[in-house]
Design a protein around this ligand. Structure first.
Ligand SMILES: Cc1cc2nc3c(=O)[nH]c(=O)nc-3n(C[C@H](O)[C@H](O)[C@H](O)COP(=O)(O)OP(=O)(O)OC[C@H]3O[C@@H](n4cnc5c(N)ncnc54)[C@H](O)[C@@H]3O)c2cc1C
Length: 433
């Protein structure tokens, strides 16, 4: 028997109909299910009108909207502050409950607490499910019940927790007949103040050849040796369980998925990292924060070809290879002594796969301030990194074709001088602690 009141399924970073845990539970709740997505103005007000991630989300919502039409259903897409949207929707649809998937970012945790209270006020249920991670942050803790802060011991337990149950698939797509009938229209992008600026992302799982060679090739930015699935994972176009099953035989690749979850665990337990160094003594560093130098780094005109190639790849494509993310981040924080928060914010604007936990984790790793970070005295030498990881200059030639001509800018700073300066600055900051 189907209950008259529908339940809402609130889509967030899980924009798919297949193997969606929260959606599966909603569809099996005995109620009809209305899909809801909110362009949350608390987030979108901070973005430019033509932000390509908005268009990426919008295109995916259109696909989902079409996909549910054969079930006489439609997506309800709203624009506004979640609490206000929910009040309006509660009044109109009188739902029995809101179902959704968990999100571990501090903003999302607070927002969800607020929406749960609102649901209480209306005597509406609020149900959350683990979907975007394989192992819940709470499920891997030290013996004393405290969270880990070092990757290796945490990852051992993460791999041990990696069991059939956690990888079981939730066939939400087989229950779509439970969707609520309705024919809402999608609001137009420009009616919400956005401009269409499409961007395609990879959604196909990597072929076995790539996975087999991943360990050897993943560090070479000129080689298509990584999955490029980060944006699809970020927005939940694909299921992490299916991906992990697909790659189950390839430990190095799974290890990278573990890093993704490690940083989500860190941000969940240590939300201060959003604005502060994980290790407080690193907030004593006297950053130079030279604005002209920052502008040159952003544009990709530092005179260090591997750094400039990375920044230009980012600016033009919305992606940067992981090895080069490490090099550019190290260069900004150590060679130029610019606060990691500046670089983090720039990546956040530009990356299609921008994800707070991994971005913050990656930046604090490079700056040395993070939980399990590169030691402060490890200053990447851009020339040596190039010799090792782009020995034929293939990546550099693609993004900085003028690198070996007179037209190329002179290095912004001498490597040896910058290294010494960084070591002295870090040392004196850490001594103070
Ligand atoms: C300074 C810096 C900033 C970063 N910012 C982000 C970000 O905003 N969003 C983001 O998804 N990743 C970020 N990363 C991690 C990593 O660079 C990207 O996940 C990776 O380059 C994406 O390419 P891929 O999908 O081909 O990765 P693959 O090598 O194919 O890896 C598979 C998946 O594992 C995860 N992963 C891989 N490496 C890492 C890592 N070091 N940390 C966390 N997860 C990882 C990603 O979800 C990735 O899609 C950052 C790294 C650094 C050093």
């Amino acid at each position: 028997m189907v209950n008259a009141a529908p339940v809402l399924f609130w889509l967030r970073r899980d924009l798919r109909l297949t193997d969606n845990r929260g959606l599966f539970e909603a569809l099996n709740s005995g109620h009809k299910v209305q899909l809801l997505f909110i362009f949350d103005t608390d987030i979108t007000d901070e973005l430019p009108a033509d932000d390509h991630r908005i268009s990426l989300i919008y295109d995916q919502l259109k696909l989902l909207h079409e996909a549910v039409k054969p079930y006489n259903s439609s997506l309800l897409v709203k624009y506004g502050r979640p609490a206000e949207v929910f009040r309006e929707v509660f009044e109109r649809l009188k739902p029995a409950a809101v179902y959704t998937n968990e999100d571990y970012e501090p903003y999302a945790v607070e927002r969800d607490e607020h929406i749960a209270q609102l649901c209480d006020e209306y005597s509406i249920g609020f149900e959350k499910f683990k979907d975007q991670v394989i192992v819940h942050p709470r499920d891997v803790l030290k013996k004393d019940g405290k969270p880990y802060t070092v990757f290796t011991p945490w990852s051992k337990k993460w791999f041990a927790a990696f069991d059939a149950e956690r990888l079981s698939i939730y066939h939400s797509e087989q229950h779509l007949q439970q969707l609520a009938p309705g024919n809402y229209e999608l609001p137009k992008l420009d009616a919400m103040g956005f401009q269409y600026n499409p961007r395609e992302i990879q959604t196909e799982f990597p072929a076995s050849g790539l996975l087999k060679n991943y360990d050897d090739q993943r560090n070479f930015p000129a080689v298509p040796g990584t999955s490029r699935l980060s944006a699809a994972l970020r927005f939940g176009f694909i299921s992490i369980r299916k991906l992990a099953k697909h790659a189950a035989a390839y430990g190095t690749f799974l290890n990278e998925l573990a890093w993704r979850e490690f940083y989500m665990m860190i941000i969940y337990y240590f939300p201060h990292v959003v604005s502060k160094s994980f290790k407080p003594q690193y907030d004593n560093i006297r950053w130079r924060n030279n604005e002209d130098e920052f502008a040159r780094w952003c544009q990709g005109s530092t005179g260090y070809p591997i750094v400039d190639a990375g920044m230009r790849e980012l600016n033009q494509s919305g992606y940067m290879h992981n090895r080069v993310r490490m090099i550019t981040a190290s260069f900004l924080t150590k060679h130029l002594l610019i606060d990691w928060r500046w670089g983090e914010a720039y990546f956040a604007q530009k990356l299609t796969d921008y994800e707070l936990a991994s971005n913050n984790g990656g930046w604090q790793w490079a700056a040395g301030s993070g939980c399990d970070a590169a030691p402060y005295f490890r200053v990447f030498n851009p020339e040596l990194q190039t010799k090792k990881f782009d020995p034929r200059f293939s990546y550099i030639k693609k993004w900085v074709p003028e690198y070996d001509t007179f037209n190329y800018v002179k290095p912004i700073v001498d490597h040896k001088f910058a290294r010494e300066r960084a070591l002295n600055t870090y040392k004196s900051a850490l001594k103070k602690a």
